[in-house]
Design a binder for this molecule. Structure first.
Ligand code: UD1
Length: 418
């Protein structure tokens, strides 16, 4: 039986979460000796710049999207509505058995809603929604991503969870356990697949972070530096909040250079608030300061993360990646939806005050001891996902009101809720 699956991506963090799934589907078909799963990749165009989107397709060896919707930037409501309308047209035309949505961005919730409300076709059953990275909760509804996570999880038919807190959160919200699968983390699949290749990146050399002139020799002579990312609306859209964070971070810059690949949203705010004095733009001069640089591709950024003394961030995914790499991380937020990175990993949440950031940096700069890798962050999450989808979708059977998925007995490796 042939199955059609559509994966929807749209914003930067989606690409590394979807890439291993696309690859695992290809592998599944190769092993089956025929295209058992027809797969289409749809890009909403939420992120559209070369640096926010195209470079990731190159770095991650992702095929060009089959459909590009080109929605671009606007307010949350307008952006989500544009995606919903365009996605509905694609789904009506293609009639997939399932739509895979990843993460917690506006593209995720728009695709989940479009798929969940798709009317059943005459000869096809209901389209199922599969959410990759289900169950994470910051319990902070002022974050747009928290709203996206909650809505998407409650629309989804199949929920793929990355860490055990996700299982508890979904259970507490009354989601049927037989729809929840603890599979691991596809973002970590990508990290493990590309970790060695990132060593070939010339970025350390370009940023003047190594002493020697040839790239090969430079591996042994990386200078100490910290890496900073900031893009949460609550951190960057308000002048006082952004000033506090930059002040807290500037104190560290007196000890070692900080590399800051700024997200377009953040760059705009820095210009708008006149905060240029916090930065130094010439990275060839290795002064201890905050070096503002353009957003980087996946491999360059991974290379910088691997070699950093310390990472400071308000991103979700970077908390997980630094845990896996064993690099100390200071999360500039009041909370995290990824508690495993604090319990078992290298992460601390600092809050957003100058004092909180200063204290967390002090603690992390001299951190002792190794982090332990969270359960199932082993590079095989995508493989588990494809196996579950294949067995669930090929087990669809006729019921009185249409077709229902039969959730088959679990394979030993894929524990559901415990
Ligand atoms: C989005 C996600 C966030 C994710 C982040 C990663 C939501 C609600 N937020 O936030 O969870 O961590 O992506 O980057 O979906 N812009 C460009 N070029 C682009 C894309 C955006 O210049 O290619 C600028 C636009 O001016 C836009 C602003 O960045 O207004 C914000 O983009 P948007 O997609 O709305 O949200 P992000 O802040 O990127």
């Amino acid at each position: 039986m042939q199955i059609k699956i559509i994966t929807v991506v749209g914003a930067r963090p989606n690409f590394m979460k979807a890439a291993p799934i696309v690859r695992a589907i290809g592998k599944h078909n190769a092993q089956a000796g025929r295209p058992e799963i027809i797969h289409l990749l749809v890009h909403t165009g939420q992120h559209y710049d070369e640096v926010m989107s195209e470079q990731f397709f190159v770095d991650l060896q992702l095929p060009k999207p089959d459909v590009f919707l080109g929605v671009g930037s606007s307010s949350h409501g307008a952006q989500t509505a544009d995606m919903l309308k365009s996605l509905e047209e694609v789904l009506m035309r293609e009639r997939p058995s399932a739509v895979i949505v990843v993460g917690d961005v506006n593209s995720t919730v728009a695709a989940a809603l479009a798929a969940a409300k798709l009317p059943s076709g005459l000869n096809s059953g209901r389209t199922l929604v599969a959410h990759v990275e289900s169950g994470l909760r910051s319990f902070d509804r002022s974050m747009p991503e928290e709203i996206n996570r909650i809505v998407t999880d409650h629309l989804a038919d199949i929920l793929f969870v990355t860490e055990k807190s996700g299982l508890e959160n979904l259970r507490r919200e009354g989601i049927a356990p037989e729809r929840i699968f603890f599979v691991g983390n596809t973002m970590i699949d990508t990290l493990l697949a590309f970790k060695d290749r990132a060593d070939e990146s010339p970025v350390l050399h370009h940023l003047g972070l190594c002493n020697l002139t040839t790239q090969d020799e430079s591996r042994n002579s990386v200078l100490p530096y910290a890496l900073l990312t900031l893009h949460r609306p609550s951190n960057v859209d308000e002048a006082n909040a952004l000033r506090n964070i930059l002040q807290g971070v500037s104190e560290l810059a007196q000890q070692l250079p900080i590399i800051f690949p700024a997200h377009p949203r953040t760059r705009k705010r820095i210009d708008q608030f006149g905060f240029g004095d916090y930065f130094h733009l010439d990275t060839s001069e290795n002064r201890n300061t905050i070096h503002l640089v353009n957003p980087l591709g996946y491999l360059d950024f991974l290379c910088l993360m691997k070699n950093a003394r310390l990472v400071l961030t308000d991103s979700g995914g970077i908390q997980e990646e630094t845990t896996c790499l064993g690099v100390p991380c200071v999360t500039i937020r009041e909370n995290t939806e990824r508690p495993i990175t604090v319990e078992r990993g290298t992460n601390v949440t600092a809050g957003t005050s100058v004092a909180g950031i200063r204290q967390a940096i002090g603690q992390q700069m001299y951190r002792q001891g190794q982090a332990s890798i969270p359960e199932k962050w082993d590079g095989r999450a995508a493989q588990r996902i494809v196996r579950i989808l294949q067995s669930t979708l090929s087990g669809k059977c006729e019921g009185p009101g249409g077709r229902y998925p039969v959730v088959r007995s679990r394979s030993p490796e894929v524990s559901r809720t415990s």
